[in-house]
Design a protein around this ligand. Structure first.
Ligand SMILES: Nc1ncnc2c1ncn2[C@@H]1O[C@H](COP(=O)(O)OP(=O)(O)OP(=O)(O)O)[C@@H](O)[C@H]1O
Ligand SMILES: [Mg+2]
Length: 397
């Protein structure tokens, strides 16, 4: 056993290296320049600049699809602003509401903010009113501009409601020396419309849209990172273009493009190949899809897994099936596994959800005399489908 493992390690060290600095393709890496976001950077800079003279910048609402550079640009502009502030006190505070335990409750978030400001409060126990008072007092201790960057703000509202935003947007009326500006960020494009109108108008005094990157822009972003990440010469011609094209099809997601390139490199490294090729990029796409699909499916409730299992069984060997066949297969699974069958309506909701995740496709077709039915098919490569089947079989053993 040990010997085998040692052989693997020796072999690895004998192979020519692919990566010079793999970290340059991971999410924790901050690039030196941010191509194709010049406008957003300048706009956000202008909006926040009044903080340099101690004024209160407008609250900003930043939105755009995933991987369009919202978090990166916001952090970059705030840290540059802090550098430029010289005498004046500017304090950016960044919170990501998707992070577990950060913003699960109003209490947690307020306690977290206070901690950032150097005030420790107990994890539970105090009335939230008191926390707000302590927070405002702490912020107001000196003349400063606090920039509160609330990333993934939709997750905060989903978990705690919008009360907290209402209270924070009202904070300035309580402050005498300090100012507080909010920068809310989301990739949920319908979020702002769903907000209470009073909160909406104060949160989005300014709005900034981050459009998706196109394939050419993604190439520039990838080239910059690839030159740091890979040993010179290991990327075959066309690899960057391929990764950029795939990510652009997805929806212009830079994170996806970087992941594709990193995973392609890892696959080449594991196969002890000297070059990263287009073939590796295709395989990377498959692998990332697989990981994503399996992760989603594993985290679903048993009923949703049963519906997916029914769809897979009903579509076996066919391109698509009508929803009736799926219901039949679903009912059989319920009986076999002691699940209480849901109503057709609930099952339809679960089917729609699987469609939203991109795991299946559904299409409504008319069938004579005004009758309509839904055609359902899976939306996965054969490799992903096989892995998924194995996973579901383990669940419904
Ligand atoms: N213009 C760019 N230049 C260089 N790297 C970029 C650029 N835009 C995005 N990236 C990189 O792509 C990844 C995703 O960017 P970021 O996290 O800012 O996206 P986001 O819009 O906040 O996405 P989400 O909505 O999913 O949070 C990061 O690793 C970031 O460094
Ligand atoms: Mg982000």
């Amino acid at each position: 056993m040990t010997q085998k493992l040692q052989e693997i390690f020796t072999q690895f060290l004998e192979n020519k290296p692919i990566f010079a600095q793999r970290a340059a393709l991971t999410i924790s890496f901050t690039p030196e320049t941010i191509p194709h976001r010049e406008k957003q950077i300048a706009d956000l800079g202008r909006i926040l600049a009044p903080a340099l003279r101690g004024g209160k910048p407008s609250n900003v609402f930043i939105y755009g699809r995933t991987g369009t550079g919202k978090s990166l640009v916001s952090l970059f502009v705030c840290s540059e602003l802090k550098k430029a502030a010289k005498g004046n006190d500017i304090k950016p505070i960044y919170i990501n509401c998707k992070m577990k335990k950060v913003a699960d409750t109003e209490y947690r978030l307020l306690a977290g903010l206070l901690k950032e400001l150097g005030e420790d409060v107990p994890f539970t126990g105090l009335p939230t009113d008191q926390l707000y008072q302590t927070l405002f007092k702490k912020v107001d201790e000196k003349e400063q501009v606090v920039l509160l960057i609330i990333d993934e703000i939709d997750a905060l509202v989903a978990k705690t409601g919008d009360e907290i935003l209402y209270n924070l947007t009202r904070a300035n009326s309580e402050l005498k020396k300090a100012k507080l500006a909010l920068i809310g960020i989301t990739n949920d494009l319908g979020f702002i419309e769903r907000l209470d109108p009073r909160i909406k108008s104060s949160l989005s005094e300014e709005e900034l849209l981050f459009p998706p990157y196109n394939a050419v822009q993604l190439q520039d972003i990838l080239r910059q990172r690839a030159s740091l990440a890979f040993v010179p010469g290991v990327l075959e011609d066309g690899v960057i273009e391929k990764a950029a094209a795939l990510a652009a099809q997805e929806h212009g997601d830079a994170r996806r493009a970087l992941d594709l390139l990193r995973v392609a490199g890892e696959l080449a490294e594991r196969a002890a190949e000297a070059k990263v090729t287009i073939k590796h990029v295709d395989a990377a796409q498959d692998k990332i899809d697989q990981d994503r699909v399996l992760e989603i499916v594993k985290s679903q409730a048993r009923q949703s897994q049963a519906v997916l299992w029914a769809i897979i069984q009903a579509t076996e060997g066919k391109k698509a099936v009508e929803s009736g066949h799926v219901f039949d297969a679903y009912n059989k699974i319920c009986i076999a596994h002691g699940l209480k069958p849901l109503t057709q309506r609930r099952v339809s909701d679960l089917i729609a959800e699987l469609d939203l995740f991109g795991i299946i496709n559904t299409k409504v077709i008319s069938r004579g005399r005004g009758g309509r039915t839904r055609l359902i098919s899976t939306n996965l490569s054969s490799l992903t489908l096989t892995k998924l089947k194995n996973t579901l079989m383990e669940i419904f053993i």
